[in-house]
Design a protein around this ligand. Structure first.
Ligand code: ADP
Ligand code: ZN
Ligand code: ZN
Length: 804
């Protein structure tokens, strides 16, 4: 039996990938397994931290000091299975992260312990302790004033009090009260004769129990109180009389309860292109092949139906399936489509769930009660066993990359798990990332193309309006004549329109017309954004907020004006230009509350509005039959950004949003306003020509030496003092350089485009390379050596999706 455990501990200030050895108390030696959570003492003093057992051994650790003992075991069975433990180890290495942050990312957040710091009486009660503790023996640090803390320090020196850290498990199972009848129907009848006839409630309870005496499953109290006049108090009387027992039933919080009863749908008859795709994917599932498929299908080609039928085939083989969808694509519509096909067997994971709901869905998966998981990025860690298929819809979406540690891309994790389970991966998109499309070109992935829409309708015609000409005619408004006419026509015909405002790198700000002064965030090098709903100026990076200025703080002029275009401004403009139109606005401001996003979509689906106006959020996944017009107000605001993926993003966005028009019987139309009508991303999007865009863009990437021709790694150093950050990045450069071959390219160091965020300065360098055997080692070393020391923070980002 193992007497020692290797534990990865949760100590934020001292992170390392090395497990620590702990002795296992005898009582737990038989039960403790790798993957369980434990509480262990750490460092000097009474500090306790949470940890994960990653290994067990019988051999005495090779360690000179005293081997500490595990204080508590938090789980009865492992929360991480062997696959996920191995995945965490790989992930830490691949993304230059700490194992503890990988383990915590993989699990529902309630399994991460919360800590509290307490003071306890240890010695004699003295007048001084009495004054602070009164009749208590323990106080929570969080409740104490700084003055009290100072006094306590003195008492601690006199050894009258001690400070203890406690670990709390936040994983709470939701239960509901239920009753269990204890007697036979005959016995209840008998009991009724002994209860006075005027004890109406008791009589009613006995009647109820008599009717349900035969039921073996506990009866939820809520159901009884709803169906009868009886109350919980009456149940307690029943307990006292020995008629029944009250029990706690474990239950799940089901965020999609109303969708479970959604009408079941049947598989559609596939088009020839769809059938081809399903056949190949299913064959790979059956042959347990880790084949990766890239489904490149135009918008409306019926990719979802392919996913659903491939999942169905996997379930038939008694295997499970994982379907990843970008966060904003995880609409109630999408969930209803999957639940409509597989009902209760589906678990849904996304960031809109409460922590409790997420934990419940996770347990349903972990126990094998759900065999299909639909979810956003972190659902890639869902504890499914026996995977037969992994799907990644809209695989080009940048939200699949996490931008904090561990900086992983869900696609890489999906590929790792597919290898482990010997199952296929399906990457789907109308506009695949260049990386994936290039891999398909080389035959690493298998390309499956769908060129036709499922309804055999043509893709909608796209008209490009050159706003340079429009600007000369009118003053400062956002609508071309053509778009305005088209909108007016839709409102008259009771058809719907979708209007997108491309806000990346573009928002409303305040500028002084006399001196050109722009109001900036005091913490970050970026202008503040105007918010009309809260009547304030906000920083989108650090959250700083202040009042809208009335006079210029620089020259005291009153000629201070709003610039740029926010959704709010466009909305009020539309109200003036088109008073008859009912408008729904969808942006970060209107979707902040839980469920708001779904509500707006539902209202639009029920035709409660004529126009859905929104940001990028509306480009994905919407499938409304009455939408016949899609308008893009500013196609090119992202083109000017200093990022080599600017064209790719613009092309993807225009293609996706165009795909929202004419999805059912009614033909659709798209109008795109731009200042760069000749730009290839806009020209090719106009013709729905992904393949043309791919060719053109690959040529440019080749010339520029960008991905997918090179791999990239971004190293960033930050500090509150600008020259500390700069010094560090140069030191790192000197550390990395000797490890690189002459084929590698090192860009920088440079200050980041937004050099200061949240009072910290950022300096970065980019390493571009094809094959560098030494690089991994030196970067891992840098990570281990530089853990938040001297206020420096280092981040290493493999294949970053943003360089600004
Ligand atoms: P995509 O994800 O490729 O943009 P969807 O999966 O949303 O496309 O499908 C577009 C529309 O076509 C949906 O309304 C869907 O129900 C319908 N559809 C898909 N496949 C078929 C089919 N084989 N027969 C009839 N309708 C289909
Ligand atoms: Zn001014
Ligand atoms: Zn800020």
């Amino acid at each position: 039996m193992a007497q020692f455990a290797q534990v990865i501990v949760d100590v934020p200030t001292l992170q390392t990938n090395r497990p620590y050895d702990y002795a296992i108390p005898t009582i737990w030696q038989a039960q403790l397994q790798a993957g369980m959570r434990v509480v262990v003492p750490f460092g000097n003093g009474a500090r306790q931290v949470q940890g994960f057992v990653v290994g067990l051994t019988t051999t005495q650790p090779n360690y000179a000091g005293e081997v500490k003992t595990i204080a508590q075991v938090l789980d009865l069975r492992p929360v991480l299975n062997p696959e996920l433990l191995a995945l965490a180890q790989w992930l830490a290495q691949w993304t230059f992260a700490f194992q503890i942050s990988c383990l915590q990312t993989m699990l529902p957040s309630v399994l991460k312990a919360s800590y509290s710091k307490k003071v306890r009486l240890t010695g004699a009660v003295t007048p001084a302790t009495q004054a602070i503790f009164q009749d208590k023996t323990e106080l929570d640090f969080a409740d104490l004033s700084p003055e009290t803390v100072k006094q306590l320090l003195k008492l601690q020196q006199q050894q009258l009090v001690e400070v203890v850290y406690e670990v709390h498990d936040r994983a709470k199972v939701k239960t509901l009260k239920a009753i269990q009848p204890l007697l036979s129907a005959a016995a209840y009848r008998q009991a009724a004769t002994q209860v006075p006839a005027n004890a109406k409630r008791q009589q009613a309870l006995l009647t109820y129990l008599q009717a349900h005496a035969a039921t073996t499953a506990p009866l939820p109290v809520a159901q009884i109180t709803k169906a009868t006049q009886l109350t919980l108090a009456n149940m307690h009387t029943g307990v006292a009389k020995g008629w029944l027992q009250l029990v706690d039933l474990e239950t799940y919080r089901d965020p999609y309860a109303e969708l479970a009863s959604a009408p079941r749908t049947q598989p559609l008859t596939l088009t020839a292109e769809q059938a081809q795709a399903v056949a190949q994917i299913t064959a790979a599932s059956r042959q347990q092949k880790e084949q990766v498929f890239l489904v490149e299908g135009v918008t409306g080609s019926g990719k979802t139906e392919i996913y659903l039928q491939a999942i169905q085939a996997a379930l038939k083989m008694d295997r499970t399936a994982l379907m990843l969808v970008p966060e904003i694509g995880l609409t109630p519509q999408m969930v209803a489509r999957v639940r409509g096909r597989f009902g209760e067997r589906v678990a849904v994971l996304h960031s809109g769930l409460s922590n409790g709901e997420r934990y419940d869905e996770w347990r349903r998966i972990e126990r094998g009660e759900a065999q299909v998981v639909v979810g956003a990025r972190s659902a890639v860690f869902a504890p499914l066993t026996n995977l037969g298929l992994i799907i990644m819809d809209e695989e080009h979406e940048s939200s699949y990359k996490q931008d904090e540690m561990p900086r992983y891309h869900a696609r890489d994790v999906a590929l790792w798990r597919a290898k482990y389970h010997h199952c296929p991966v399906v990457l789907g998109s109308a506009t695949p990332s260049l990386e994936s499309r290039a891999r398909a070109q080389k035959g690493v992935y298998k390309l499956l193309r769908l060129k036709e829409r499922a309804n055999h309708q043509p893709l909608p015609p796209v008209t490009v309006v050159d706003m340079k000409n429009e600007l000369k005619k009118t003053k400062e408004d956002n609508f071309s004549d053509l778009l305005m006419q088209a909108l007016r026509k839709r409102v008259q015909q009771h058809e719907q329109s979708v209007l997108m405002l491309n806000r990346r790198g573009f928002s409303s700000f305040v500028m002084c017309r006399d001196c050109g002064f722009v109001l900036k965030c005091p913490n970050c090098d970026i202008s503040l954004t105007l918010h009309m709903d809260t009547h304030s100026m906000k920083c989108h990076y650090c959250g700083h907020e202040e009042a809208i200025p009335k006079v210029c703080t620089n020259c005291q002029s009153r000629k201070i004006r709003y610039y740029g275009t926010g959704t709010q401004k466009v909305e009020s403009e539309l109200h003036t230009l088109l008073p008859a139109a009912r408008i729904l606005r969808m942006d970060v401001d209107t979707t902040r509350r839980k469920g708001a996003h779904a509500k707006i979509l539902r209202q639009f689906g029920q035709h409660q509005a004529d126009i859905l106006l929104g940001t990028q959020m509306i480009a994905k996944g919407l499938d409304f039959p009455d939408v016949t017009l899609v308008g893009v107000l500013n196609a090119d605001t992202a083109l000017g950004l200093p990022d080599f993926r600017a064209s790719e993003r613009t092309f993807q966005l225009l293609t996706q949003v165009s795909g929202r028009a004419g999805r059912a019987a009614k033909a659709g139309e798209v109008i795109v306003q731009t200042y760069n009508p000749e730009h290839y991303a806009i020209r090719l999007a106009r013709h729905h020509d992904y393949e043309g865009f791919y060719q053109r863009e690959m040529t440019l990437r080749h010339q520029g030496g960008y991905p997918p021709y090179y791999y990239t790694i971004l190293v960033t150093a930050s500090h509150e003092e600008e020259n500390e950050a700069a010094k560090k990045i140069f030191q790192l450069m000197n550390q990395v350089k000797p490890a690189l071959s002459p084929q590698a390219v090192l860009l920088g160091p440079t200050p980041r485009a937004i050099a200061r965020v949240n009072k910290r300065y950022y300096y970065q360098m980019v390493i571009k390379y094809k094959h560098e055997p030494e690089l991994e080692k030196v970067l891992t070393q840098i990570m281990q050596e530089n853990q938040a020391r001297h206020g420096i923070q280092i981040s290493i980002d493999r294949e970053p999706l943003s360089f600004i």
